[in-house]
Design a protein around this ligand. Structure first.
Ligand SMILES: Cc1cc2nc3c(=O)[nH]c(=O)nc-3n(C[C@H](O)[C@H](O)[C@H](O)COP(=O)(O)O)c2cc1C
Ligand SMILES: O=C(O)C(=O)c1ccccc1
Length: 386
């Protein structure tokens, strides 16, 4: 593969019938392609959605200060995090319920990520069981995102299955002990789990199944009972920092904690044994009125002071946004809605297109700002505008 920036030439050379280029274009096309309920689920956020908006406006307060005449001809975006090599410091964020977006569901991001050499973070709330996602793309690299259920036995089972299936890290999401107040979904009375989507990892889990009176596939009533059991299991508000040690004892994989905003919490999860941190407010989908994730990043980076990698998500919309997050100390970023809109627009091809556009823009912005490698970005690469 050449530079990701070469993708620009491919786009100019095509017949003009192609997919949208920008985030906004992908969003509009996805809106047209998806049911109103499914689009609302993806696009929506918590409460007044001001945190989702703040995630974006926070990027407007930072400006890159381009450097010139620094020979940027030999660019290399690749990096390795927690032992996982990746073609660029950009991951597909864990997103549940892909089946409401496109029939190819999780197989599309898995294939797109594998083709591009990116890490696919697979959600606990996938419709396709995690083993099937892995075996369909044996060359792909993937991490497993854990929603720690109510019973430890089930949590341990999920983690063990992921490790056995070749997942290379566990991403423990800690900002969702309950699904938040989401007015768009509430207005539609839409919670997709109620139709049995997004629970493939539970329906196939031996521990989960042992708790059911009959197999979920035996009848509609049995499926309904399984969905009831799922909703009793999902979300564990009892968790504390002390529980992390138990998760660490169940797996030899690195554990990355997702959903950290406060410097004190960053210190506490590190003391509890976390191998990495993802600064995130879940794309504004959990705490309405929460601080923009980007504004939390420098505080967390300072608290961590290089002890472990700090990753970032919530609000990445273009290549320049990636530069800003890396300049503020992130080792990599995750993107959520961006790839999901690609999925809605064109399945696997759409995800790959969306990610290639983002990576091409990132590569060009990096070079044009005077950097050959992402690791060269630092606090001097950006200034804060009032
Ligand atoms: C439709 C949707 C479903 C999501 N599902 C999950 C999930 O299952 N697990 C998780 O940790 N985060 C989930 N997230 C949050 C993303 O991982 C990520 O934090 C967020 O989308 C980043 O913000 P962005 O959309 O602005 O890039 C979801 C986000 C969306 C939009
Ligand atoms: O919708 C979400 O943001 C989300 O994280 C989620 C929560 C529960 C199940 C699936 C996805």
């Amino acid at each position: 593969m050449g530079h990701f920036g070469d993708f620009q030439h491919e786009i100019y050379a095509d017949d003009g019938e192609g997919l949208p280029i920008s985030y906004d274009g992908l969003e509009q096309a996805a809106k047209a392609a998806m049911t109103p309920q499914s689009f609302a689920f993806v696009a929506g956020a918590a409460g007044t959605e001001r945190t989702a908006r703040a995630n974006l406006s926070a990027f407007d307060r930072w400006r890159l200060v381009p450097r010139v005449l620094r020979d940027v001809s030999e660019r290399d975006l690749s990096t390795t995090l927690f032992g996982t090599p990746m073609a660029a410091p950009v991951l597909l964020a864990p997103v549940g319920l892909n089946s409401i977006v496109h029939d190819d569901a999780e197989s599309a991001p898995a294939a797109a990520a594998a083709a591009l050499g990116l890490v696919h973070v697979v959600s606990t709330a996938s419709t396709t069981p995690l083993e099937k996602i892995a075996s369909a793309e044996p060359e792909g690299r993937r991490w497993f995102q854990l929603y720690w259920p109510r019973t430890d036995e089930l949590a341990k089972s999920l983690v063990t299955r992921a490790e056995r299936a070749g997942y290379q890290a566990i991403v423990l999401t800690v900002d969702t002990c309950a699904v938040s107040w989401r007015p768009r979904d509430l207005a539609y009375r839409n919670l997709p789990f109620h139709t049995g989507q997004g629970i493939g990892n539970y329906l196939t889990d031996p521990v989960f199944r042992a708790g059911l009176a009959e197999p979920p596939e035996s009848s509609e009533d049995a499926l309904r009972a399984a969905i009831g059991e799922w909703s009793r299991q999902f979300g564990n508000p009892t968790l504390t920092f002390a529980d992390l040690a138990r998760l660490k004892s169940w797996t030899s994989l690195p554990v990355v904690v997702k959903g950290i905003c406060h410097a004190e919490d960053a210190r506490a999860v590190l003391d509890a044994g976390a191998d990495g941190i993802i600064v995130s407010n879940h794309g504004g989908r959990q705490v309405d009125g929460a601080r923009a994730a980007l504004d939390c990043l420098p505080d967390v980076v300072a608290a961590v002071s290089g002890r472990v990698p700090v990753l970032f998500d919530s609000g990445i919309r273009c290549g320049a946004d990636i530069l800003v997050a890396l300049a503020l100390g992130a080792s990599a970023v995750l993107v959520g809605r961006h790839w999901v809109y690609g999925l809605g627009v064109g399945g696997r091809r759409g995800v790959e297109h969306a990610m290639r556009c983002l990576l091409a823009e990132f590569d060009l912005m990096l070079a044009l700002s005077g950097y050959a490698r992402p690791a060269q970005l630092d606090r001097t690469s950006v200034v804060r505008e009032s």
